[in-house]
Each structure stands twice: as structure tokens, then as C-alpha cells.
Design a protein around this ligand. Structure first.
Ligand code: G6P
Length: 611
């Protein structure tokens, strides 16, 4: 949350930083700002409330000229989204700073700095770091030393980038929690919250570790560890290109990402799943072959949409691999004591690989007796990938829309691969394994067919726009599908939506059902169908309006209070993936009709790097 981009070059940096902010806007978008040091070593700053485009407009009218600069797009934690609270923050007219994260001991530091005569302009925790750096510069530190001193005092999670009039030839940045990547150009160097921000200027990157400080100069980059010792870090060349985040022909990134799912799923299967051959354990890493047969239990930990993927996988894990599986949200897992079953695998799911709670849960797991940590993640360079012994990447490509779509379905595809690997290692029936591999390989084509429901779902969505609430129902592995459908709808259309296991309806939510409460149900043609149908009758009998996403053969008739939308069949165990697609489309079109900001819904951010 919050995006940082900063750099020092032989050319003016404003446009580079502004483009970086546009590419980081998924991290926060309530205000944005940029500051540069000019040729006379004076600081200039522009800040605006709202989207990066507002800042872009202000800079187009009055550009900032300077060859060293810092920039920020904010997701407010301390202090409301006003111009005064927007970053960069400046101390004493000479130090400018941008910050991502939370400085937990800001209150005592603020009191101390006030007593020393520093004036606070904002309500942010960030401003204490700006004043504290100015304080150390006054005592004779250079900018690098000042930042190193301040880092030793700060508690919490933060990434900072700083420029100062006193020491104009450098940008100093540091990381303790939120990610920071260093971009290497020719005669210019940058830092940013992610690789995407810097792709227009470089493809060569190094990744800062927690506790490290980086000193960027035009001709040199030096990284220091917590003790102040210089660290040598390899430079990696990214395979990504700047164009990868274009919206193309689509109206929104979310729409594009929904329609990219057949390709993203194919990419996640590519080279790993072949119908007539068992999966190779090597896809998880070299240690996997020896580890897999030892695994007797799985603990899945994740947040948001990734957590829903984990919930679906639990059904697969127990049914196909016969392995006990627990799933928990990371923010809960990290703060409680657990009984870890013998020979357990710790499995994390994360699109970004930077979610603070998930990373903290991984840290917590190190003190517990897990056999290994496996991460399923979409970002190869992420902290989560670097901190896990085993990794399975989803090849979804960059996901920009805050509401996760293709990351979710590719996570499910990766999870099924893990389930198959575990089942194989326990001697599962070869014919069943072959059938499931076949189902995986057919999935891209079936998702393509589900996407063809788009015009029909657009018409259904039109009827939702005026509704304030919705109930989603599912049973078994389709209960988390219902949860994901409800989450999508509330995230982007702001319609209050709740999901229930259909059997729970009569234990409370049925009281809410009347003609104004649409009930969306997911109806696979499986052995729970008759039970689900009884639940649907309970809704109908109370005048509720049903929208049922049904597999062929479910034999539900359209009629008063009953709208049936047939979803392609033939996906077998992977039906939860297929059923998700129409729910994504429903949320998307409802939001478009409502006129909300689909890609950047209010109050949310794509990458949640604070607790
Ligand atoms: C945020 C995003 C969600 C995402 C969740 C977990 O809430 O808005 O789309 O599911 O974080 O993110 P992760 O990157 O760990 O999957």
C-alpha cells in the first residue's frame, strides 16, 4: 500500500517518476505527490488529492525541473487523504521524504521532535521521519548516515526514499517490510515499490532485503545492511516489458483480466501438465521430490481472494489426496498459537507475494514444526517467493484491477497441481490422476465458453443495479466460490453481499429474504444437487428472487422468481474454477452499470503491505 518511486539521473526525472506512479497506482490512489531537487539544490514539490492523473495535470501546467526526485501515491493510514497529508513530506525546507508502511513509534518521536522545536504540518506518521533526518543532518551526518541513524530508531514496517538539499548528489532509500526494488540504468538509478514502475527505464533490478539501506548516485549504487556493512547484490534482468500493463481494447483492466483467463490458465499449465504423464515434483523446487512423500497434513494461509482459493483447495486436498488440510486467513494465523500436525506443509497463496500478514505468517511458521514452506505466487521477484523453500508460480501476468480475477483462477490451477503431486506421491489411482490431468488441460477451452455468457450476464447485471444487498449460496467447494462471488460484488459495486453455505440458510439469513433480496446460487450437477434444490425452494417460498448459475442437467426451469443461467459442463473437479467466471462477470457489469471505479474501488488497494 502506497507506491514509491524515486531516482537520480542526468535528465529531468519528473516524467519518469510520474509514469512510475501511474504504474504503481494499484497500491493506493487517494492522493499523490512528487518532489525534485533543482540545479540550485532547492526542493520543489507538487501534491494533489485524488488520482495520479490530478497530479499529472498539475505538473503539466507547472512542471518541476530537477534531476533527482521522489514520488508517491498514497493509501491513507495516518491522517485523512488531504493535500497536507499527501507525500512527499518536507522538513525544514531541506529534506523531502516518501514513505510506505506504518511507523509504530511515531507518537513518542513526534513528542520529542516537537520539544526540539520542529513544526508538524500533517497528521501522518511519516513526518516524524522527515524531521528526524533533518535533525541528524544538523548534527553533521550526510544523508546516508542520517537515514541509517533514523532507521535504527524506527519501529514498524516501512520503505522510505529521501532527498536533501544538503546532500544533493544522492537519493537514499531503505526497506523494512514493504518491498523496494533498485533499478539500474546507464548514468541513472532508481528505486520503486515494484518492478513494473521502472520498466519504461530499465529491466535490470536488485531487490532490497529488510533492514537494508541503498545509496543511489548517478554513477553508483551502494547497498548496506543493518550493521552498515556494504552488501553485494546480484542484478537480475526482468523478462517483463513496459507494454504488459496496457488496457488494450478493454474498458477496464478487470475486464481485460477476466478475458485473459483462458491464456493465463494455459500458461500456468504449460510444461507442467501432460495428460499421459505424472507431474514432476521438480516444478516445486529441487527439495520437493524428497519432501512430498513425507507430507501428512497441509496448512494453507492467505488473505482475501487468495484465501478463497485456499478454501476450495481444501476440498480437493482431502478428497483427491486424502490429506488433512486446514485453511486460515493470515491476519488470524499470525497471532495465535497452533497445534501443528506432524509432517505438515505450510502453503501460502498470494498474487503479489507482498501481503504483510501473509509474510508475517511465514515468519511465524519458522518457529513451528513445519516440514517446508510452499508459496503459490504470481510475482517471481516477490518477498514471499524469496522466503519460501518451495515455489509454484502462477503465470497470470500482471494483474492491475484491485479485484483479483485471473490470479484467483490460476491459483486454483496451481493448487490442483499441488494436490495431484501429493496424491501421486501417496500412490493414488493412475486412472484418476490421468482423468484429473485431462480436466486441467480442458479448462482453458471451457473458461473460453463460460466467457461467452458475457452478453447474457450483462442483462442480468442490469437488474441488480438498484439493489442494496445480495445473498450468495453454494455447497461444498462451491461455498467458497459463492464467497468469492460476494467479495467481487461488494468490492467493486459497493452492494452489500454475503455468502452462506446453502444448508445454513435456515439458521438465520432466510430472515432477510424478500422480493428485494436477490439470491445468487451456484448449482453444480453433483450429488448435493437435490439438497441445494431444497434450499432454493426455501428462498422461493418466501418470495425471494433466485439467480442460479447451473451446470447442464441440473433441471431447473426459468419461471417467476427463478432465473437460470447455464454454465458449460464437463469440467469435473474443476467446476469451481469455471463457476467463478460468471460471478466475476456479474460483479463487473453491475459495477459498470453503477458507474463505480471498477479498477480502483474506494478505500481498497491491490497490494496490502501494512497490517
Ligand atoms: C488485497 C487485494 C485482493 C487480494 C488480497 C490478498 O485485499 O485487494 O485482491 O486478494 O489483497 O492479496 P495477495 O496479493 O496476497 O493475493
Amino acid at each position: 500500500m502506497c507506491g514509491i518511486v524515486a531516482g537520480i539521473a542526468e535528465r529531468n526525472v519528473q516524467d519518469i517518476l510520474l509514469e512510475g506512479l501511474r504504474r504503481l497506482e494499484y497500491r493506493g490512489y487517494d492522493s499523490a505527490g512528487l518532489a525534485v531537487l533543482d540545479e540550485q539544490n532547492q526542493l520543489h514539490r507538487r501534491r494533489r488529492v485524488g488520482k495520479v492523473a490530478e497530479l499529472g495535470q498539475a505538473l503539466a501546467e507547472t512542471p518541476l525541473i530537477g534531476k533527482a526526485g521522489i514520488a508517491h501515491t498514497r493509501w491513507a493510514t495516518h491522517g485523512s487523504p488531504t493535500e497536507l497529508n499527501a507525500h512527499p513530506h518536507i522538513s525544514s525546507g531541506r529534506v523531502a521524504i516518501v514513505h510506505n508502511g506504518i511507523i509504530e513509534n511515531h507518537a513518542p518521536l513526534r513528542a520529542e521532535l516537537k520539544a526540539l522545536g520542529y513544526n508538524f504540518e500533517s497528521e501522518t506518521d511519516t513526518e516524524v521521519a522527515a524531521h528526524r533526518i533533518a535533525y541528524y543532518l544538523d548534527r553533521g551526518d550526510d544523508l546516508l548516515q542520517a537515514v541509517q541513524h533514523v532507521v535504527a530508531e524506527l519501529e514498524g514496517a516501512y520503505a522510505l526514499a529521501v532527498i536533501a538539499c544538503d546532500d544533493p548528489g544522492r537519493v537514499v532509500a531503505c526497506r523494512n517490510g514493504p518491498p523496494l526494488v533498485v533499478g539500474f540504468g546507464i548514468g541513472e538509478h532508481f528505486v520503486a515499490s515494484d518492478v513494473q514502475a521502472l520498466l519504461p527505464v530499465t529491466q535490470r533490478f536488485s531487490f532490497l532485503e529488510n533492514g537494508e539501506v541503498v545509496d543511489l548516485r548517478r554513477d553508483e549504487v551502494a547497498i548496506y545492511d543493518r550493521e552498515g556493512d556494504r552488501v553485494m547484490r546480484e542484478i537480475r534482468v526482468s523478462g517483463l516489458t513496459a507494454g504488459a500493463i496496457d488496457r488494450g481494447q478493454y474498458r477496464h483492466f478487470m475486464q481485460k483480466e477476466i478475458f485473459e483467463q483462458p491464456f493465463a490458465i494455459s500458461e500456468t499449465l504449460e510444461g507442467r501438465v501432460i495428460e499421459d504423464r505424472p507431474l514432476s515434483p521438480g516444478v516445486l523446487g529441487v527439495a520437493a521430490e524428497a519432501l512430498l512423500p513425507q507430507i501428512e497434513a497441509v496448512q494453507i494461509v492467505a488473505c482475501g481472494t487468495s484465501y478463497h482459493a485456499g478454501m476450495i483447495a481444501r476440498y480437493w486436498m482431502e478428497e483427491i489426496a486424502n490429506i488433512p488440510c486446514q485453511v486460515e486467513v493470515a491476519s488470524e494465523y499470525r497471532y495465535r498459537r497452533h497445534v501443528v500436525l506432524p509432517n505438515s506443509l505450510f502453503l501460502t497463496l498470494s498474487q503479489s507475494g507482498e501481503t504483510a500478514d501473509t509474510l508475517a505468517a511465514v515468519q511465524a511458521s519458522r518457529d513451528e514444526h513445519y516440514l517446508a514452506r510452499l508459496a503459490i505466487c504470481n510475482v517471481p521477484e516477490s518477498s514471499l517467493v524469496r522466503e519460501s523453500e518451495l515455489v509454484l508460480l502462477t503465470h497470470a501476468g500482471p494483474e492491475i484491477g484491485v479485484a483479483s480475477t485471473k490470479a484467483f483462477t490460476t491459483q486454483l490451477v496451481a493448487l490442483m497441481q499441488v494436490v495431484l503431486l501429493l496424491a501421486q506421491s501417496r500412490g493414488a489411482d493412475a486412472a484418476v490422476m490421468r482423468r484429473l490431468r485431462g480436466e486441467l488441460l480442458q479448462l482453458p477451452g471451457l473458461v473460453e465458453k463460460a466467457l461467452a455468457l458475457d452478453p447474457l450476464i450483462t442483462r442480468v447485471a442490469e437488474r441488480y443495479v438498484e439493489r442494496g444487498h445480495a445473498l450468495f449460496l453454494g455447497r461444498g467447494a462451491f461455498y467458497p466460490v459463492a464467497m468469492e462471488g460476494a467479495l467481487k460484488l461488494k468490492e467493486i459495486s459497493y452492494i452489500h453481499a454475503e455468502a452462506y453455505p446453502a444448508g445454513e440458510l435456515k439458521h438465520g439469513p432466510l430472515a432477510l429474504v424478500d422480493a428485494d433480496m436477490p439470491v445468487i446460487a451456484v448449482a453444480p450437477n453433483n450429488d448435493m444437487l437435490e439438497k441445494l434444490k431444497s434450499n432454493l425452494e426455501e428462498v422461493r417460498a418466501r418470495g425471494g428472487e433466485l439467480f442460479v448459475f447451473a451446470e447442464p442437467g441440473v433441471a431447473l426451469e426459468n419461471g417467476p422468481g427463478m432465473n437460470v443461467i447455464e454454465v458449460p459442463g464437463g469440467s469435473g473437479m474443476l467446476a469451481p474454477v469455471l463457476m467463478t467466471v460468471p460471478l466475476q462477470l456479474l460483479a463487473y457489469h453491475t459495477a459498470v452499470f453503477k458507474g463505480t471505479d471498477v479498477d480502483q474501488p474506494r478505500n481498497l488497494a491491490k497490494s496490502v503491505t501494512v497490517e
